[in-house]
Design a protein around this ligand. Structure first.
Ligand code: HEC
Ligand code: HEC
Ligand code: HEC
Length: 405
């Protein structure tokens, strides 16, 4: 449908403007690509039959927000908008009727997008089918539902302005920085948040909890980050959801499926170059628990019983099938949320065009106690080069409760 709309636009263009049609078609195609890079569908498409008609629920620590209808429907979408209205939403976080938008719409990142790129996205959005679908985006409880509170929020958390290239760096690095900080909005999930949900930019991409998962540190830190990954490893992960270290699950599986698997090779390469340049000074690496620690001995038994068949006796996994647990940023994360999540609920790695079937990790919620799960996680967090604080049965219990509807 979308392609048809773009084609008919081309036909129209050909009829009325002759030779000028080609640039217009190219702009729409570029906009389609950029909308994929920005992953607008993650929050704006709840029903694949109704692309961009809104309705995706986004849970925040303050309550629920819902992605708006951004199809060109004049009543319930943005059909009456001009380009300037659209640009204000992207660059300033101002939506319908001048209302301030919540940061769940990642305008704090999109503000970096250039005018040229915004024009392309706008051109593409206008080729979409208008869909009548009223959406109440603000479903937060009082007092968070009052939009005037966003004036203060923006003042504290929002640095408005297009990305400014760093002339001391290569064009490739700058492209990577532009994509990661801007449209790719990687910091929305990977940057720690302050009390009111704003990004702690001094800790850019250093890892945080999101929707019962841990979005790990993706700087080049060696212990908690991806310092050991090569540029190729980063590209493989973003393109296929898998590399020799890890498999994407949870929200990152969605990101790969909707977005990064479709990024151009040169854009992924730029992202890899940029991420590899981000270091963390003085990374704190705790000393691992000793092998004769009681929890370590018990954990080792459970590991060999339940886990080693897939993840290997020394945590090396099986390339592209079972993730490596040794020297794994996620395993070393300060909080064990993702680990408890995966062991309790199981998980299936992401399927991508490049890799249509993904292996699965079984759920252990019904066959292991909180104590046993905590013990085996403590063991993997302190073996084979990993070191991280022990996991308590209480941590696992809390995750079990959060995962039980
Ligand atoms: C992480 C979720 C998320 C992503 C990704 C996202 N949005 Fe949004 N967007 C929202 C939410 C939530 C709202 C409603 C916010 C509010 O009402 O305060 C919104 C609102 C908007 C609005 C304002 C609509 C109105 O009626 O005022 C526009 C325009 C918009 N988004 C465009 C985009 C585009 C284009 C992209 C991709 C480049 C995008 N969004 C990606 C969550 C998201
Ligand atoms: C919607 C939230 C979300 C967004 C947006 C997101 N990520 Fe992630 N990311 C995660 C989560 C959660 C994980 C952990 C996945 C897992 O447990 O397998 C992750 C994992 C990763 C990893 C693997 C780290 C490791 O040690 O295994 C890389 C690399 C990564 N993300 C890069 C990116 C980049 C680059 C972007 C922006 C283009 C991005 N992510 C955007 C949530 C997100
Ligand atoms: C049948 C094979 C199998 C068994 C048994 C198994 N796993 Fe997994 N495990 C997987 C697969 C496949 C994944 C990747 C799934 C995904 O990423 O969604 C995975 C993912 C994980 C992850 C997330 C790693 C990451 O970086 O994303 C952890 C942690 C983990 N397993 C721990 C364990 C523990 C602890 C046990 C024993 C209690 C165990 N696994 C048993 C197959 C298995």
């Amino acid at each position: 449908m979308k392609r048809l709309a773009a084609l008919s636009l081309l036909a129209l263009g050909l009829a009325s403007f002759g030779a000028q049609a080609q640039p217009e078609f190219e702009q729409v195609e570029k906009g389609r690509y950029l909308a994929t890079v920005g992953d607008c569908t993650a929050c704006h498409t709840s029903d694949p039959q109704k692309p961009f008609a809104g309705g995706v629920e986004i849970s925040t620590p303050f309550g629920k927000l819902v992605g708006a209808n951004i199809t060109p429907d004049s009543e319930t979408g943005i059909g009456n908008w001009t380009y300037d209205d659209f640009k204000r939403a992207m660059s300033e976080g101002i939506g319908h009727g001048g209302k301030r938008l919540y940061g769940a719409m990642p305008f704090t990142a999109y503000t970096k997008v250039t005018d040229e790129d915004n024009r392309a996205i706008w051109a593409y959005l206008q080729t979409l089918e208008p869909i009548h679908n009223p959406v109440e985006t603000n479903q937060l409880p009082f007092p968070f539902n009052i939009r005037t509170s966003l004036i203060g929020w923006n003042w504290l958390n929002f640095d408005r302005g297009v990305y400014q290239p760093d002339m001391s760096k290569s064009a490739e690095w700058n492209r990577g920085a532009y994509l990661v900080q801007g449209l790719g909005h990687c910091g929305t999930c990977h940057t720690p948040k302050n009390m009111i949900g704003g990004d702690k930019n001094d800790n850019f991409l250093q890892g945080t909890e999101i929707e019962n998962w841990w979005a790990p540190n993706i700087t080049a830190a060696n212990h908690q980050g991806i310092g050991r990954w090569s540029e190729q490893d980063i590209k493989d992960y973003l393109r296929t959801g898998v590399n020799r270290y890890d498999i994407a699950s949870g929200p990152m599986a969605e990101q790969v499926k909707n977005s990064s698997q479709y990024w151009k090779e040169e854009d992924l390469q730029a992202v890899a170059v940029y991420l590899k340049s981000l270091g963390v000074k003085d990374e704190k690496v705790p000393a691992p628990l000793k092998g004769d620690d009681k929890q370590m001995i018990a954990g080792r038994h459970i590991y060999f019983d339940r886990c080693s068949a897939c993840h290997g006796s020394s945590g090396k996994g099986e390339k592209n099938i079972f993730p490596q647990l040794a020297n794994n940023a996620l395993v070393n994360a300060p909080e064990p949320v993702s680990l408890a999540h995966v062991v309790l609920a199981g998980s299936r790695g992401v399927d991508t065009d490049a890799r249509p079937t993904a292996p699965a990790m079984p759920a252990f919620a019904s066959i292991m106690t909180d104590e046993e799960i905590a013990t085996v996680l403590t063991y993997i967090r302190n073996s084979w080069g990993n070191s991280a604080p022990a996991v308590s049965a209480d941590d696992v219990k809390k995750m079990r409760e959060r995962l039980t509807p």
